[in-house]
Design a binder for this molecule. Structure first.
Ligand SMILES: NC(=O)c1ccc[n+]([C@@H]2O[C@H](COP(=O)([O-])OP(=O)(O)OC[C@H]3O[C@@H](n4cnc5c(N)ncnc54)[C@H](OP(=O)(O)O)[C@@H]3O)[C@@H](O)[C@H]2O)c1
Length: 308
């Protein structure tokens, strides 16, 4: 798989990332009670050429990081071939106190505690990329910048980024940070093209920040057939996507990922399938050519009306 630089850092990563959110399965699935299916998915991702892996401390209450740690321990040498990202800053209800609501917490003690937990679950001494998962309404940029500087100084984290930040929130944190933030991980797909219009991608291009696209297949909704129950815009996207995919002899999923890869901001889509065959297929998205006209046919459908 092709690689690209991660923001303005010295790190290089695969053009698509593999996301570990679904490794622990859903209720009733085999992965809910056994780590084996998740480990198989991770091996499929490594074999398909993914070198960039995305996690969060809260995925399945930490179990996804634990599964990843188990896979790393079973394959000596693997860790050094990968760039490992995780996120922090969201606290579940009841976390630490029975009355505690669902909330965001970028306080120094909580961020430091969260990093220790992720390091331990994955069996790492160093995280390559740490992201703040969702903006904390009470974020103090100077406090967060101080935590980042200390984590880098102690060798526990190499690079830092954010997730779901508006451009203004990104700028507020960046002005306090002594080094460049390298990533903004946001939802981008043909069903959620907002970041192309709200300044998020413009800011990434202006500052050399890598946009990572979460749920690039809209949680699987982009691979559904275009049925009549869907609203007009979604039906138009799926109709165009399926037609183009068929004409090119590729899968709709591959084409939806290729649409993201075609953008000059260097979007890194995060593949979320836990199915080894689909992981291998979607890893090939970078080799699907897409002309400017084809890209715009899909953009127009995603936009929901003719572009002026
Ligand atoms: N920063 C954030 O706030 C945030 C939020 C959400 C996610 N994320 C990250 O983004 C990653 C990807 O998100 P996502 O999992 O929602 O990505 P996605 O690629 O949009 O959706 C994956 C889902 O689509 C299904 N799917 C994929 N291809 C399919 C096909 N050909 N046929 C049928 N079903 C198909 C998968 O099922 P199978 O597993 O059965 O293939 C899976 O349930 C996560 O792992 C996580 O790392 C970040």
């Amino acid at each position: 798989m092709l690689t690209r630089p991660l923001g303005r850092s010295p790190l290089h990563v695969s053009a698509l990332a593999y996301g570990g959110w679904r490794l622990a399965g859903s209720e009733g699935s085999p992965a809910a009670t056994s780590n084996e299916p998740g480990i198989r998915a991770l091996h499929a991702a490594v074999e398909a050429g993914f070198t960039f892996f995305d996690f969060a401390d809260i995925y399945a209450g930490g179990r996804c990081e634990t599964i990843f740690g188990e896979a790393l321990r079973a394959s000596p040498g693997l860790r050094n071939r990968l760039i490992i990202a995780t996120k922090c800053g969201i606290r579940r209800p009841g976390d630490n106190h029975p009355d505690a609501p669902y909330r965001y917490d970028f306080s120094r003690p909580y961020l430091l505690q969260s990093v220790e937990g992720s390091l331990q679950r994955m069996g790492l001494t160093e995280i390559d990329l740490l992201m703040l998962h969702r903006p904390d309404y009470l974020m103090d940029p100077a406090e967060v910048a101080g935590v980042f500087a200390d984590l880098r100084q102690s060798g526990k984290v190499r690079e830092f980024g954010v997730s779901n930040f508006r451009p203004s929130q990104f700028a507020a944190l960046q002005q306090a940070c002594p080094f460049p933030l390298v990533v903004n991980q946001v939802e981008i797909s043909l069903f959620r093209p907002d970041c192309l219009e709200d300044g998020t991608l413009d800011q990434c291009q202006e500052r050399g920040v890598t946009p990572m696209a979460w749920s690039p297949l809209a949680r699987g909704a982009l691979v559904q057939p275009p049925t009549s129950e869907l609203d007009l815009r979604r039906r138009a996207v799926l109709t165009r996507l399926h037609q183009l995919a068929q004409a090119k002899g590729v899968t709709p999923a591959g084409l939806a990922l290729a649409w993201l890869l075609r953008h000059p901001a260097g979007i890194i889509p995060i593949v979320g399938s836990a199915n080894p065959q689909r992981i291998a297929e979607q890893a090939e998205a970078g080799s699907i050519p897409l002309s400017r006209e084809e890209w715009y046919q899909l953009m127009e459908a995603a936009h929901g009306s003719r572009l002026p």
